[in-house]
Design a protein around this ligand. Structure first.
Ligand code: GLC
Length: 427
């Protein structure tokens, strides 16, 4: 099949998935909602990062829905600026799964008390730039809430003030069972029965990151979360004429901290910092490559990530997409495993984050080949939650929302996130 036909078929399929997963209505208390659920029946609710990705994919088909999706996400938050990991709009989480959501109580909550990788400002800027004709006010209508959200994150989650946000629960990054959390969360990790206990413990402490980090070891300064945080702060700085500078300064601090504290020069990878003494977690996952998306980092370092990792056939240079864990890691598992999904399979959002940076650095052909491999996998197995990087088989949920991000990556597509020279970084 030629490339043009492939791209056209992917677009048609993506539109069908997004339209099929669209949900709108009113919560029990009358608050209206409109969003795309990730996949039914397993994922019926609104997830923070999924919604941001959905909004970006909707731009290709119906920008008004992209705007509604982000407005709904904002509305799921609290007045203090907190926005939840998951919002249960139409009905509370089902009894079987409710105990595993990071909520305040076992039943009846409208949303979790945990966060997820906070990229709403990044998505907002993308959607705003596609709304200049039909809804020009969108760019500024939510600035007060967006400021509050990023201030909440800085105040509540940068507990030690070093520029890096802390997550207290593995699901907060979106990478639930990634092997990078195995040692730290141990018997309480996402794919072990003790996960239930981790949630109970945090319920008792009200999900207060200060109390949790003072008392316990199980918390991480996560590279992926902080890369999206920095990209979002930059986006907010560009959207906000009045207070933009403060967010640009914060972004530069986060980028600098990633470089100074998370970069392992010898291995050419970025590692999370775990626990109270901030031990680097030397496990190579796609999160270790995420800083490639920060154009403020030195090109030489970013090129190393591409050449030594993404294009390396024994590490991330797989046949289909970008594996979520380096193929060199002993924990790498490419296929389906019950309760485990971030231990090897290729997810479309990893490609969405990394491919534009490859293009920016001149690796156009290699970037195009990664996108085409996932397009072929999607045409063969549908829009799936993830794909086996070795065989291309589609795995887990079907008609999965953020697999439609592929439409934002067609060859020659504009950079998916605006680049910024971020000249405040020192190397
Ligand atoms: C899984 C994924 C998470 C995603 C959620 C909804 O829990 O690990 O990243 O947000 O499903 O799709």
């Amino acid at each position: 099949m030629n490339a043009e036909l492939r791209v056209a078929k992917v677009r048609a399929g993506a539109e069908r998935v997004l339209r099929g997963n669209w949900r709108e209505g009113h919560r029990r208390d009358g608050v209206p909602y409109a969003f795309t659920c990730p996949a039914t029946p397993r994922y019926r609710h609104q997830w923070y990062w999924d919604s941001c990705f959905h909004a970006i994919a909707w731009l290709q088909f119906d920008p008004a829905r992209a705007r509604e999706e982000l407005r709904t996400l904002l509305r799921s938050g609290r007045l203090d600026g907190f926005i939840p990991h998951t919002a249960f709009w139409d009905r509370p989480a089902g009894w079987r799964r409710a105990p595993f959501y990071g909520t305040h109580s076992t039943f009846g909550n409208e949303a979790t008390a945990t966060i997820q990788t906070p990229l709403i400002a990044l998505a907002w800027e993308r959607v705003a730039s596609a709304s200049t004709d039909d809804d020009p006010g969108f760019a500024t209508e939510a600035l007060p809430q967006l400021r509050l959200h990023y201030d909440w994150l800085a105040y509540e989650r940068d507990v030690d003030g070093d520029g890096l946000l802390t997550i207290i629960h593995p699901d907060e990054s979106g990478l639930d069972d990634s092997p990078k959390y195995d040692d730290l969360f141990g018997w309480m990790r996402h794919d072990r029965p003790g996960f239930f206990w981790l949630i109970e413990r945090y319920r008792r402490l009200g999900y207060d990151a200060r109390r949790i980090t003072e008392r316990y070891e199980e918390h991480v300064e996560d590279v992926l979360v902080n890369v999206f945080y920095a990209l979002s702060l930059r986006a907010l700085a560009r959207l906000d004429d009045e207070h933009g500078e403060r967010f640009a300064i914060r972004a530069a601090q986060t980028e600098q901290a990633l470089l100074d504290r998370c970069y392992d020069e010898r291995r050419g990878l970025f590692f999370d910092l775990a626990g109270r003494d901030e031990r680097p977690v030397a496990i190579s996952t796609w999160s270790s490559l995420a800083p490639l998306a920060l154009s403020s980092l030195p090109d030489e370092l970013r090129r190393r990530l591409v050449e030594e990792q993404l294009l390396h056939p024994g590490r991330y240079g797989a046949r289909y997409g970008i594996p979520s864990v380096s193929m060199e890691e002993p924990s790498f598992r490419p296929g389906f495993q019950m309760w485990r999904c971030w231990r090897g399979p290729s997810w479309v959002n990893a490609t969405w984050l990394l491919v534009p940076a490859m293009r920016e650095l001149g690796y156009e052909a290699e970037a195009g080949a990664i996108v085409a491999s996932l397009e072929r996998a999607a045409l063969r197995g549908g829009f799936r939650e993830y794909y086996n990087p070795v065989t291309g088989h589609g795995l887990a949920a079907r008609d999965f929302g953020f697999a439609t991000l592929l439409v934002d990556l067609a060859p020659g597509a504009a950079a998916v996130y605006a680049s910024d020279d971020g000249s405040m970084i020192e190397t």
